[in-house]
Design a protein around this ligand. Structure first.
Ligand code: LMR
Length: 398
């Protein structure tokens, strides 16, 4: 027996491995709808001009590359808070929000999960059915039990809101409820503002712990609009967690730019929470990334870069909406009598197509169109050069 011979092979990640398989496919007309990455109309991952300018500033300054504080830079943290909670937020003014810069929002999700495991050892986690493939693994990896709550309605391509509320109403106090603040991954099905307003009092009455994941801010209806749930929860006075990411909104995936915020009862509690979150980070990855801090604080904090970023986000959102319309148009024409309206009503990068795993396999093998086997497509992988044939390929296997 050699040292590692007892190890089980890693099956690979359903999203990341598929994206790698796409890279190895030699077919020139292949289409990548697998991973949640925004591609422009030429099929490239854009480098936003505001990010390029922020990086040029950093290069010119050539500042020493010391360790960051465990919680990240003050400039990045306060920029994140302003973006999430809005200027003039009473929660920010009262100092009841603890925010750390983290290694992507995945790092934030995991730090929050470790914190929950330590300080709420009896709590279990409830995630939407379905949810992002990695949510369950992340919380289970932290030692928490994870359960599904009803969410997606396959029959209508919409939301099972009543069933969701019914399940959440039956949970023990201090259960953790993971919610996608906007642009639900993988379905693209979001709660309306009216539904959030109905859900929030329920979360409060049952004394549940909401944990928001906000990875696609700006891709749904707008930067402030997509923070509706964050701001409404903060206004309700509840305590909650929110992990947010800049990977998609700033097109800086590999920089691991994200944050974790915890809204507490008051300033003193926020200081306690921040301290324990710092302890969690220190024994995990020690401190976050310097380059990510510079990008976040400059792009959000400098008025010119901020305006350019907001315009970029609007352009990315608009292009995705145009792709949704094109896909809907072609597929509806090919398969008249079937209702594909959900492509138009679902929001953000993803749509659930209703394609079976066998149909997904056919799409990949026969047409070079890659999507995850749940039937999720990343609409941002469509462009004016591939949307028509992709829609035709989908219609052929449906
Ligand atoms: C996705 O859902 O495709 C993205 O969030 C990328 C990832 O890490 O899974």
């Amino acid at each position: 027996m050699s040292t590692f011979s007892h190890l089980e092979p890693y099956a690979g990640d359903p999203i990341l491995s598929l994206n790698e398989a796409f890279g190895h496919d030699p077919r020139p007309n292949k289409v990548n709808l697998s991973i949640g990455i925004y591609f422009d109309d030429a099929g490239r991952i854009p480098v936003l001009d505001c990010v390029r300018r922020a990086e040029a500033q950093m290069l010119a300054e050539s500042a020493p590359k010391s360790y960051l504080p465990i919680e990240g830079t003050a400039a990045a943290r306060s920029a994140v808070q302003g973006l999430l909670f809005g200027a003039g937020s009473p929660a920010l003014a009262s100092g009841r929000v603890a925010t750390l810069q983290t290694v992507g929002s995945s790092g934030g999700l995991r730090v929050g999960a470790d914190f929950l495991r330590r300080w709420f050892p009896a709590s279990e986690v409830w995630v939407s059915d379905p949810t992002w493939d990695n949510h369950r693994a992340m919380f289970e990896g932290a030692g928490l039990k994870v359960h599904p709550y009803p969410y997606y309605d396959a029959a209508s391509g919409g939301l099972r809101f009543d069933a969701m509320c019914e399940t959440l109403s039956s949970l023990p106090a201090q259960s953790v409820v993971l919610l996608h603040a906007c642009c639900h991954n993988p379905t693209g099905v979001d709660l309306s503002q009216a539904q959030w307003e109905q859900l929030i009092p329920l979360l409060g009455e049952r004394r549940l712990i909401p944990y928001l994941d906000l990875a696609y801010q700006g891709y749904g209806d707008g930067i402030a609009e997509d923070a509706f749930a964050v701001r409404a929860l903060a206004d309700s006075g509840l305590s909650f967690f929110i992990a947010n990411s800049f990977s998609k909104s700033m097109s800086v995936y590999g920089e691991r730019a994200g944050a974790l915020s915890v809204v507490c009862a008051d300033r003193a509690e926020a200081e306690l929470v921040l301290g324990q979150l710092k302890a969690t980070v220190r024994r995990n990855y020690s401190s976050p990334a310097l380059h990510a801090a510079g990008i976040i604080s400059r792009v959000l904090g400098e008025p010119e870069l901020r305006a350019a970023w907001e315009a970029d986000v609007a352009a990315m959102r608009t292009r995705i909406l145009a792709m949704r319309r094109s896909l809907h148009g072609v597929i509806s024409a090919k398969l008249p009598g079937r209702d594909f309206g959900y492509f138009l009503t679902q929001r953000g990068m993803f749509s659930y197509t209703g394609l079976s795993a066998a149909q997904v396999d056919r799409l990949r093998e026969e047409f070079g169109v890659y999507l995850v086997r749940s039937g999720r497509i990343c609409v941002a992988g469509l462009n004016s050069g591939n949307v028509e044939r992709t829609a035709e390929a989908m219609a052929a296997v449906l």
